[in-house]
Design a protein around this ligand. Structure first.
Ligand code: FA5
Length: 376
């Protein structure tokens, strides 16, 4: 048997060299053997050009399929003289076996390459760090509310919530601010219905003072976190929507010293023992006496900056002893009970704690700002 000869990477055995006469005149003057040799050479060359499984399927159709060239040759064997037909048949079948084997080998090779390519494309590098899922975090204002609630809980205050839409009765009247009182102008009020000035967005959390006292008998110790709204020009320390924390304690024998003790303790818990607090006389119709409560600015260390308007102090809120008229308005006996109340700006506390220099950032929806609090 002749030595196999390589044909561009595919070994094809040479077809046996019986001299066959071409009885099939369709192929011109070529003998069957010459036709098979020609077919063999073209099939081998074409197979070497095949680079993928689609190309291989098309090669198979051209040479081995029902309408393929070799099948046509096999069908034509009937026309070969009977004496030569067996040799011609053997040669043609031998070529068929050879081409089929070459086809199978190439198919295996291409399938393996294809699998390798797909595996490489789908490969997962388990050594790469995973992608961190994007998850929301608690807003810094909500976080401060939680922190304040915890601090006040340790001092015996219960956290309660109230409605953001209030009647003027609770927002003003029961707080000793009757309709003709000039102090109503201090709170630039947003009315909910322009035909009814009695329904307003609460301008502070103080309406919850009367609501709480109407619902409970002394002793009272509550804090009320929540939103407040004012028709106010925005700047670095004023927004039209902001949060306050109202505090109210009513009992027998409560004095201004209790108020100072509670707010001083709050400042130390929140901002550290080194912070200084300041109480100055102030006026609010619903307290007597009234004070404002400030902490030395942690952003500039009290030196003066944009946040503290270069005063070195950051005003946290107003406070004072509950006015006897407010106590009487809800049916408490002012001769027996006294109390203190305070209203603190929550954004101001967050600004101070984390060095934020513009209150508008909290509701500005800039994720870059909010994400900074994710890791704190
Ligand atoms: C009041 O709203 C009073 N209800 C506080 C009070 C309660 C006094 C109980 C006495 C007894 P004032 O308007 O000063 O007070 O607001 C209190 C705090 O809310 C301010 O010190 C400030 O920290 C914050 N605040 C007020 N207006 C704004 C605003 N536009 N933007 C951000 N924070 C504000």
């Amino acid at each position: 048997m002749a030595t196999p000869r390589p044909c561009r990477g595919v070994f094809l055995l040479p077809v046996k060299t019986h001299r066959l006469r071409a009885s099939d005149r369709d192929h011109g003057d070529m003998t069957i053997q010459a036709q098979l040799d020609d077919l063999h050479a073209r099939a081998a060359a074409s197979l070497a050009e095949v680079v993928d499984l689609d190309g291989l399927a098309s090669w198979e159709r051209s040479f081995l399929g029902p309408k393929g060239e070799l099948t046509q040759v096999l069908r034509g064997l009937g026309g070969v003289p009977a004496g030569e037909r067996p040799a011609a048949g053997r040669a043609a079948n031998s070529l068929k076996t050879e081409l089929s084997a070459a086809y199978d080998a190439r198919a295996r090779q291409l399938s393996a390459t294809d699998l390798e390519r797909r595996l490489a494309a789908d490969a997962v590098d388990v050594t790469l760090p995973g992608r961190a899922p994007t998850i929301g975090t608690v807003h810094p204002v909500s976080r401060m509310i939680d922190e304040l609630s915890d601090i006040f809980a340790l001092m015996g205050f219960q956290t309660v919530f109230g409605p953001e839409v209030a009647t003027a009765h609770y927002n003003f009247d029961l707080l000793n601010i009757p309709g003709d009182h000039p102090a109503r102008d201090v709170w630039d009020t947003i009315v909910v219905d322009s035909n009814d000035e009695e329904i307003v967005l609460r301008t502070h959390t103080s309406p919850m003072q009367a609501r709480t006292m109407e619902a409970t008998k002394p002793p009272v110790r509550v804090v009320v976190p929540g939103r407040a709204y004012r028709y106010e020009a925005q700047d670095a320390s004023h927004d039209w929507m902001f949060h306050q924390l109202e505090g109210l304690a009513v009992d027998e024998h409560i004095t201004l010293a209790d108020l100072k003790g509670v707010l001083g303790e709050l400042a130390r818990q929140l901002f550290g023992a080194e912070r200084r607090v300041r109480f100055r006389c102030d006026y609010f119709p619903f307290v007597e006496p009234g004070v404002d409560f400030a902490v030395d600015c942690a952003v500039c260390g009290g030196k003066g900056c944009r946040v503290c308007k270069h005063s070195g102090w950051l005003e946290m809120g107003g406070a004072g002893m509950v006015h006897p008229k407010v106590l009487a308005g809800v049916g408490y006996d002012p001769a027996k009970y006294t109390g203190f109340a305070f209203g603190l700006g929550i954004e101001r506390m967050v600004m101070m704690k984390y060095g934020v220099d513009d209150v508008r950032a909290f509701a500005g929806n800039d994720l870059r700002f909010l994400r900074q609090f994710a890791s704190i």
